[in-house]
Design a protein around this ligand. Structure first.
Ligand code: WAQ
Ligand code: MG
Length: 266
């Protein structure tokens, strides 16, 4: 029997030279034409306008994707930026990241420049990515059709079954599989999308409603990392294919206290 052949399919679109949308996944050969059609539609019908330049990449994977499970998902009851930032600080300091590093990341996400990729920060807040303007892009991740249906069902119960949540959860699930990564903070660069998240292996993927004020057209991502070879980490983030096979529970509103207690019970 021949080994199953997987493809990384990636889409990037722009309008008058400005980035509009992107999407990616890992697919079986037989599903490529369906997904190409879906991605093309997404680029042509977008809040930010209709793309005039759509780039599709279909790449046969030479490596069997690493099987991963999704991080468990929660939504915190944060009502404003202050409450959300306080939660970020509590959660990330409890896994060993310094307050200074977290402040540093929050400030960098607030200066109004959007990077294409993520910052890499050590626990003291020192930036470690080789290209400080671009950051590091995570690519070559996806979810199996079965797991995707399961995730849609779980998110659907919470009214969260959309591509933004699904894709962010898949990305974070790949990133946090790597032990050097202690935590992540993400704020969307979409001016209308005010929910961000913080993620760690022990706590999971924790959504933070209203971390951003409506209308702010920038955002960003930071990965907090510790002890190890940064080059190897970057290679993993950029190149190692990872495919979500199993979906962990997705939970509705919780308090910060719930989250912090849940971890200590592990
Ligand atoms: N790899 C690394 N960094 C990335 C990538 C990537 N593939 N894609 C985006 N970024 C960085 C980049 O700096 C963007 O400005 C920033 O992240 C935000 O990207 O549960 O939509 O695509 O409700 O705007 C999070 C909340 C939404 C989802 C995340 O991110 C939820 C989102 P965006
Ligand atoms: Mg965006």
């Amino acid at each position: 029997m021949s080994r199953r052949q997987y493809y990384s399919v990636r889409m990037r679109s722009a309008k008058s030279g400005v980035h509009i949308s992107g999407a990616e996944g890992i697919y079986d050969k037989k599903n490529i034409s369906t997904i190409v059609k879906e991605y093309t539609q997404r680029a042509l019908i977008h809040d930010k306008g209709r793309a005039d330049d759509i780039l599709l990449t279909i790449e046969e994977l030479k490596e069997t994707p690493k099987k991963i499970s999704s991080l468990p998902l929660y939504t915190l009851n944060t009502r404003n930026t202050e409450m959300a930032k306080k939660a970020v600080l509590k959660i990330l300091t409890s896994v060993g990241i310094t307050g200074r590093a977290i402040e540093e990341a929050l400030n960098a996400l607030d200066v109004g420049i959007s990077m294409r990729g993520a910052m890499l920060m050590d626990i003291e807040g020192v930036r470690l990515e080789p290209d400080l303007l671009r950051g590091v892009r995570v690519t070559r991740m996806g979810i199996t059709p079965k797991a995707s249906a399961d995730l849609s069902k779980k998110l659907g119960r919470l009214g969260l079954n959309n591509n933004t949540v699904k894709e962010a959860l898949i990305l974070a699930s790949k990133v946090h599989k790597y032990n050097m990564v202690l935590g992540e903070l993400c704020i969307s660069d979409d001016p209308h999308y005010t929910t961000g998240y913080v993620a760690t292996r022990a706590y999971g993927y924790i959504r933070l409603p209203r971390i951003k004020k409506r209308g702010v057209p920038f955002g960003g991502r930071a990965f907090f990392i510790t002890g190890g070879e940064v080059k190897e980490l970057i290679k993993y983030l950029q190149r190692t294919p990872a495919l979500v096979h199993t979906v962990k529970p997705c939970t509705g509103r919780v308090t910060l206290k719930d989250i912090l207690e849940r971890k200590s019970r592990r």
